[in-house]
Design a protein around this ligand. Structure first.
Ligand SMILES: [Zn+2]
Length: 433
């Protein structure tokens, strides 16, 4: 049974009923879903934790009232890898990856999409609209396909072709819009208002329900770490709804007495688009829109926040409240993190998905994360979604005759003098530029 009380404005505190509204009707700021925690305290949580893994095992903590409308592709329940090799390489004792590449469409966005599309069906929405840099649109399109609902996708010009193909395969109507993500955001908002389409954009200013799906990441981490909360959770952020959602999940579990402490949240951006990091560094509480057009290999976090700086300011507030950190990384550091994940842990991340790992590496080197503390990095999207920037790192492998001597000669050259038995492919690796 759902225990949703309503929606509350994060700025002025005005309460609203849990209907199809997107922003505070008094001040226009972000709305957050409120639950009846007294009622949640009476729920038998042991029975919940015995259920099959996945997002909907936590259905009592999600804002759905009609479970017959739930649209699921078995999202959530993703692996938490303990990464000894990567930890050693980064000079830290304990490092974990929450592997969100395991979700049905290959990114964490399936969590907010499952909740947002289910909620849209509760509101009898016939058409969904979403602005996205790729992954959220793929998720919305997949869930809309499963639900039999129309989905209009608005993406910025520079989304990788492989992501567009994925969205089109799920049958969505896709339109590219000139400029950065902010233009897509604005157009989706206007179209939603004009045509009555349900806006499922994963910006907190666009839809108050979708971010609730992100909370389940922290519920799972608590269970997977046997209720020992890590010291740090690192997350790639554009506007940062995932970071806000994950924080809310931990806060709720502490409210229910399931955990004793809260982690510190780390938000990582890219140097070419770092509005939240800049505000954090400058000691500001309001995030300003980013004036430049971002150019980065990690397009999923290239978010100038024009038109929805409230999202950035809320993310910044959470980072501060949690005694957390904000850092930005270069494209080179992002690509190194992609390689580190692949070569040390067998995890294939898209560049955006590796941003948190790159940030943590930097923060450890700078002495901002103590080496004996426990860190969980979220790997948010699968490498196969965007192989372009990584493919550019490699030369084409050599073609040889089907002959063992030719194979030996070729590999010996690649291993630069090491013999085959002692050689390994991890450092530099074969066929790298
Ligand atoms: Zn308000």
């Amino acid at each position: 049974m759902s225990v949703v009380k309503g929606l509350k404005c994060v700025n002025c505190g005005k309460e609203h009923s849990a209907g199809l509204i997107y922003n505070c009707q008094k001040c226009g700021d972000i709305l957050s879903v409120e639950y009846d925690y007294e009622q949640l305290l009476r729920i038998n949580t042991k029975a919940i934790f015995r259920r099959k893994q996945g997002l909907w095992k936590y259905k009592e903590f999600l804002p759905i009232t009609d479970y017959s409308k739930v649209v699921s592709l078995d999202e959530g329940g993703t692996s938490l890898h303990k990464c000894n090799k990567l930890a050693r390489r980064m000079g830290i004792e304990e490092l974990y990856l929450k592997d969100e590449t395991r979700n049905p469409t290959g990114s964490f966005k399936d969590r907010p999409a499952s909740v947002a599309v289910s909620k849209a069906l509760e509101f009898n929405a016939k058409t969904l609209v979403i602005a996205s840099t790729g992954n959220a649109a793929a998720s919305a399109a997949a869930y809309a396909a499963k639900a039999g609902t129309k989905c209009v996708v608005i993406i910025p010009e520079r989304v990788p072709t492989s992501k567009i193909s994925q969205i089109l395969t799920y049958g969505a109507l896709v339109v590219k819009v000139k400029g950065a993500f902010s233009n897509a955001y604005e157009l989706a908002r206007n179209a939603s208002q004009k045509y009555g389409w349900c806006n499922v954009t994963t910006v907190m200013m666009s839809n108050p329900y979708q971010v609730e799906g992100d909370k389940t990441v922290s519920y799972e981490i608590c269970e997977q770490m046997r209720w020992k909360v890590p010291d740090w959770i690192a997350i790639p952020i554009g506007a940062g709804p995932l970071l806000v959602g994950v924080w809310k999940g931990f806060v709720e579990f502490r409210k229910l007495g399931l955990i004793e402490k809260l982690p510190s949240m780390i938000g990582v951006q890219v140097e070419s688009c770092e509005p939240i990091v800049k505000a954090f560094r400058d000691g500001k509480s309001i995030v300003e829109p980013w004036p430049l057009e971002p150019k980065t290999v990690a397009g999923g976090v290239a978010d100038p926040l024009r038109g929805y700086t409230q999202d950035g300011s809320l993310t910044l507030k959470v980072i501060r409240e949690s005694n957390g950190l904000a850092a930005s990384v270069s494209d080179q550091e992002v690509l190194e993190a992609v390689m580190d994940l692949g070569r040390n842990e067998g995890v294939l991340a898209e560049p955006t998905g590796a941003v948190a790992v790159a940030g943590v590496k930097k923060l450890i080197e700078e002495g901002k994360i103590p080496r004996d503390e426990v860190v969980v990095c979220l790997v948010t999207g699968h490498g196969l979604k965007d192989m372009g920037p990584v493919a550019n790192l490699f030369k084409d492998p050599p073609t040889i005759e089907p002959d063992v001597e030719a194979l030996k000669t070729c590999l010996a050259r690649a291993l630069r003098g090491r013999t085959l038995s002692e050689g390994h492919f991890n450092k530099g690796g074969p066929w790298r530029h």
